[in-house]
Design a protein around this ligand. Sequence first.
Ligand code: FES
Length: 405
Amino acid sequence: MSTPAPTPAPASLPGHGHGPGHGPGTGASASAGGSSPDGPRPAPPATLPANVFHPDRPDRLLRMLTKLSDHLISHLTMPGLRRDPALPPPRAAGALVLEVSARREVAEDAVELTLTAPGGEQLPGWEPGCHLDLTLPSGRRRQYSLCGDRADRSAYRIAVRRIAGGGGGSEEVHRDLVPGSTVSTLGPRNAFPFAAEPALLLIAGGIGITPVLPMAREAARRGLDWHLVHTGRSRASMPFAEELAALDPEGRRVTFHCYDSDGYPDPERLLDLAPAADAAVYCCGPAPLLAGVRRAFEQRPLRALHAERFTPPPIVDGRPFTLRLTDGTEVPVPADRSALDALLDARPGTAYSCRQGFCGTCRVRVLSGTPEHRDHRLTDEERAAGDLLICVSRAEEGTCLELEV
Ligand code: FES
């Protein structure tokens, strides 16, 4: 492992130290003239409504408000807030069409996009760990963590690694989202909240640095005792070294661990970097890294482990069952595959996003059969009404779920 202090942050990078702001949509004061990678941006002329609805809270009042909000967004004309008629209708409140105002390569096969309101309005506030749902031109929905400075309300920044042979979303971002193009977004939403404990170990694997970078920024602003370790296959593949160096002028708080020079990281060694014996640990990265950190964590008196994976969770106790579609097609679901993956073979256009049972994009209606719900989103009422999240949920061995698909 190495703890270099790479090149200082260039003047064109977004500034830091805009002062603390701790509440969702409230604390981050506007940064008039906040900068983007392309240079200074004029002060935003107006403020969009704060994103007060949290689509992950599935109560009845919220659903009513969500529908009302979607209706209003569809029919009202607000400066800078418009819907792209070519895109499918959004399923939650807070849909915004944003423009790609800048794009830059931040590492091998990784681009950073700066997204702004077409009229330059301020964007809803967000917290470290938040992500944005993007509806890509093809209709694919994907979630990307916000990696910019939340004190800059003039723009959102996301970074996307191209995954060749993946689901196609990252390749579409790399190919089609260029300066001047627009994209429909939902959020920000937070599935990886940052509790700002007094002592913190932040672990990021590869592009998993995206939600962790704002946490480090927040920790630095608040004067917390933090250490960040960024792992990746090589330095060239690891984005945001300059931003990290700017947060760590003395070179004490950031460690880079490259597989090509340091070998695969030992999770025990990673946890040794915690700044205190009772530090909280935040980890975002590929499943093997998370699994190793989780195992090592269980042997220590550390305070808490907060983790976000960007691959689907492993299937535990999977049993084979069958899906029957409305046209009579039967789709076998093997023990080691998700129902979503099996359905995608038969219906490649099936909508999905997180593949972890929290975004709700893959929701389908069950017409008959008994599902085994494994998500963390649906209410009892929604389950009783026949809703099912097929990215994680299953059925008993040998049974059949008839779906309205
Ligand atoms: S894809 Fe997100 S809940 Fe299924």
